[in-house]
Design a protein around this ligand. Structure first.
Ligand SMILES: [Zn+2]
Length: 369
């Protein structure tokens, strides 16, 4: 579905959470209501809580768009909601701060509003209203507090990024600081989950441990992305692109996957074409992915048609292209003529080389017994 023009998708894992959430509300309300009534309140609570999470994400998305940052969409999944924001287009720490902080802020406003409804229900003597909205108020407050913990990928981590970015002027350093904080935070949550497991709280402990593990993974990925982007900052496509050799469409794949070919070229891609110029692109990644039996094919049959691939000019900066190249090869042109192909492995090795050159010499470390 679409809300305010932002596509909202639900992953299958979201429905597992929805069922668990309904069940946990039901066991809670079952203590003070007849089973049927308890089920109705539980379903309403689960639905309203889902809408609260979506409201939190929509707030991120709308604020991002308001600041000119494109938004891919919102996905509801196992750990709640995620808004895909094209963060390469965030150019100011103030924007990062604003589009992040609006999420927890929305949850806090919802917590206050639900708390007020619960209070009014209590005053008017409508117990189920007071119970239902009281629960929703606390959950939204909890959501805001958890999200404000200062470690990437949580909102608190992005706020930390914005602050360090603003103070140091170095965005990638700021992302690394928040990512490391996220790793520590994930470790703590994981440890807490394990402790709870041993204390006999099986479901709660397992859930915490899973969240901790997820946080660590996501933080490690963010640090990797920051390093990659730092290595590529300022580079143009033309500085990274290598001109691949061109083979004719009837060349057997076995000829281009042979050892001799690798020794000669050390390239990640090939152009396929004839006298008319290149018509296709063959990446080593594509070739490696082919089932063993199909290697007898020709290069022409296995190649991706060049017309279907995104293309950029040699003077284009590399940074905004990272997410495109991660999905597949990009054709590089000069004045409309194909000069080469850029693939993900080439980006990664270029970033690594640049970072090795930039890195200060390691300080000698003494060993103390
Ligand atoms: Zn958020």
């Amino acid at each position: 579905m679409r809300i305010g023009g932002v596509p909202v998708r639900a992953d299958a894992s979201w429905f597992i959470i929805l069922a668990l959430l309904t069940w946990s509300f039901w066991t809670r309300f079952n203590l003070s209501y007849p089973a049927g009534t308890a089920l109705v309140i539980a379903v309403a609570a689960a639905a309203l809580f889902s809408l609260s999470v979506i409201a939190h994400e929509i707030a991120h998305a709308l604020e991002a768009r308001h600041r000119g940052v494109p938004v891919g969409g919102i996905t509801m999944y196992l750990f709640g909601g995620a808004t895909e924001v094209y963060s390469d287009e965030v150019t100011r720490p103030g924007d990062e701060f604003a589009l992040t902080a609006v999420g927890p802020w929305t949850s806090i406003v919802l917590a206050a509003a639900f708390g007020l409804i619960a209070y009014l229900g209590q005053r008017l003597g409508v117990q189920w209203v007071s119970d239902l909205f009281g629960e929703l108020g606390w959950l939204n407050l909890l959501l805001a507090i958890f999200n404000l913990l200062p470690g990437a990928p949580l909102d608190g981590g992005r706020i930390l990024t914005a602050i360090v970015w603003r103070v140091t002027g170095n965005r990638w350093k700021a992302v690394r600081v928040a990512a490391r904080a996220g790793r520590v935070l994930g470790g703590l949550v994981l440890a807490l989950g394990v402790l709870e497991l041993f204390a006999g709280g099986f479901a709660g402990g397992l859930w915490l441990a899973l969240i901790g593990w997820f946080l660590i993974q996501a933080a490690v990925a963010e640090e990797y992305q920051a390093n990659l982007r730092e290595g590529l900052a300022g580079a143009t496509v033309g500085q990274l692109v290598a001109v691949p050799p061109m083979v004719t469409p009837d060349t057997p794949l076995s000829a281009v996957t042979g050892d001799q070919f690798y020794r000669d070229h050390h390239l990640e891609s090939l152009l396929v074409g004839d006298g008319q110029g290149p018509s296709g692109v063959l990446t080593m990644e594509d070739i490696r992915g082919l089932p063993a039996g199909t290697r007898a094919q020709t290069a022409g049959a296995a190649a991706r048609p060049i017309a279907g691939l995104p293309s950029v000019d040699v003077d284009h900066p590399v940074l905004p292209l990272i997410s495109t190249i991660a999905k597949g090869p990009v054709v590089v042109t000069r004045d409309g003529t194909v000069v080469g192909v850029l693939t993900a492995p080439e980006l990664i090795s270029a970033a690594r080389r640049a970072r090795d050159l930039n890195r200060p010499p390691a300080r000698a470390r003494g060993r103390f017994a």
